[in-house]
Design a protein around this ligand. Structure first.
Ligand code: C5P
Length: 220
């Protein structure tokens, strides 16, 4: 329990993933990409012929409880198979958001997430890291940027990968996911009371990293 945790929570495409992995690399800490666990769970459920609806909640939770997921650098493996490209797609994100509203699925993933807390420390990226999974973490960052900014970033990312996408569609998808993530009953996306807000609309990655590192220096 003395193992330090830095939580980085925030909405879709707020730059959490990049910030969290940079922090983990600089500090030599473990990294938990909790969104990947929801993405893999949705992927495994669909592969098993389940729907991502409440009717299959118990079955999806059972899958999640013994999820054969592993990480190899930035690749995500399900039963040893590389599913990174499938789960990182827009559809993969939408599917993750569907299973993530199911309370039994969230509960089933708690222990797996706690297992990432290993020495010398952990950077945890998600929606409820500071509120539910690691409420006693000494540093909680709540990232944000306007939906328009986030849509523009996502658009650039996709274009650079050679994927065509319309900005209006991305913005609409983002808003739909924001709405589902913030209004769900189980662990809605909200800043922890003791979270430090970080609006990175006008900040580059390096500036955000330096800012959080300076907060961390002041806290440990
Ligand atoms: O962060 P990422 O975009 O990979 O997360 C995909 C989806 O998983 C989110 O839209 C959210 O619905 C869900 N999620 C969650 N709790 C987390 C991480 C992700 O509900 N801690």
């Amino acid at each position: 329990e003395d193992i330090p945790v830095i939580c980085v929570d925030g909405p879709t495409a707020s730059g959490k993933g990049t910030l969290a992995s940079q922090l983990a690399a600089r500090l030599g800490y473990e990294l938990l990409d909790s969104g990947a666990l929801y993405r893999v769970t949705a992927h495994a459920a669909l592969q098993a012929g389940l729907t991502l609806e409440a009717g299959d909640e118990a079955a999806i939770a059972e899958l999640a409880r013994a999820l054969p997921v592993s990480f190899d650098g930035d690749r995500v493996l399900l039963s040893g198979q590389d599913v990174t490209d499938a789960i990182r797609s827009e559809t993969g994100g939408m599917n993750a958001s569907k299973v993530s509203v199911l309370p039994a699925v969230r509960a089933a993933l708690v222990e797996l997430q706690h297992g990432f807390r290993r020495l010398p420390g952990l950077v945890a990226d998600g929606r409820d890291m500071g509120t539910v999974i690691f409420p006693e973490a000494p540093l909680k960052v709540f990232l944000n940027a306007s939906a328009e900014q986030r849509a523009v970033r996502r658009h650039k990312q996709l274009i650079s990968k050679g994927v065509s996408a319309r900005l209006e569609d991305l913005l609409a998808d983002l808003k739909e996911r924001d709405l589902r993530d913030t209004t769900r009953k189980s662990a809605p996306l909200l800043p922890a009371q003791d979270a430090l807000p970080l609006d990175n609309s006008e900040l580059g990655i390096e500036e955000s990293v330096q800012l959080v590192l300076s907060w961390w220096e002041g806290r440990r």
